[in-house]
Write a protein that binds this ligand. Structure first.
Ligand SMILES: [Zn+2]
Length: 278
């Protein structure tokens, strides 16, 4: 059978399995290769970040970056609804019905591809200049929250974390998941339990030490601290302690740090957030 071979099987690899499947845009064959070389696990090293996936933003990073939910999904979803309405007016089983159905399948595929591409770009930008990435273990989290959360924490975030762990491995960045319980209820500065925040409360304000920052960034900082504790590194405290050392060690020239202890509202726009949105 003639195939479009995107790249040859690399030297030293043996094809162990071939999976053939059909999706809207055609037939695909996936080769699973094996080689005798064992790749060592990535060890904790270098700078660290923690990430928190949220309902409002796509994710927040412990260094103050906020990655927005990409807008192109809305227009794609609109297009999908439009096509689905059109399908209703066609006679079932007719040629036009099948054509309309095919268009919908193609669009589903495009949405899937677009999302995956966005996930890869985001994962790569997170890996820039760091040696450790910590994220919440979402399986635990989904069961600990209500129905709304379960609905929102759908496959998209799970697959993002899968992609992130793969990208980290590929780039030699240590990746680990931490216990997600109460990350948004703890002060990253003094560790005080601050109590549950409502979804509408966007800002973390500590009653004990007065530390103020974006709510999701605070949660990401707690995630980072838990991760660092798990790998046996000293826990970094926000802003005052870590800002100077970051500037020297990180080679991300244009990076601007927007989190200030005064709780600046303009947290949102860092260079990375802008890039991943494109
Ligand atoms: Zn505090």
């Amino acid at each position: 059978m003639p195939i479009n071979l995107h790249r040859p099987v690399p030297d030293g690899f043996v094809v162990k399995q071939v999976r053939v499947g059909s999706i809207a845009s055609g037939w695909y064959a996936q080769l699973i290769l094996e080689s005798g070389v064992s790749v060592p696990d990535v060890m904790p090293n270098g700078n660290s970040i923690g990430i928190d996936v949220g309902l409002e933003k796509f994710l927040a990073v412990s260094d103050g970056q906020l990655v927005e939910r990409p807008r192109f999904f809305n227009s794609l979803q609109r297009e999908l609804r439009w096509l689905q309405r059109k399908l209703k007016n066609k006679t079932k089983g007719s040629a036009n019905y099948r054509k309309a159905q095919h268009k919908i399948r193609r669009l589903h595929e495009r949405i899937y591809d677009t999302r995956k591409n966005f996930h890869y770009l985001t994962a790569h930008s997170l890996c820039d200049g760091v040696g450790m990435v910590f994220a919440e273990d979402l399986n635990l989290k989904a069961t600990s929250r209500g129905m709304l959360a379960k609905h929102c924490l759908d496959a998209a975030w799970g697959s993002f974390l899968d992609i992130l762990s793969w990208v980290c491995w590929k780039r030699g960045v240590y990746f680990a998941k931490v216990n997600p319980n109460g990350t948004s209820q703890t002060c990253p500065q003094c560790g005080t339990h601050t109590g549950k925040k409502k979804l509408s409360e966007r800002v973390h304000v500590c009653h004990e030490c007065g530390y103020t920052t974006d709510r999701d960034v605070a949660a990401a900082m707690v995630v980072e601290q838990r991760g660092l504790a798990a790998v046996g590194h000293t826990v970094k405290l926000p802003v005052e302690v870590r800002q100077p050392c970051r500037r020297v060690s990180r080679q991300r020239g244009l990076r601007t740090r927007r989190v200030s202890s005064s709780g600046d509202a303009s947290l949102g726009t860092t260079r990375e957030a802008g890039r991943t949105r494109e």
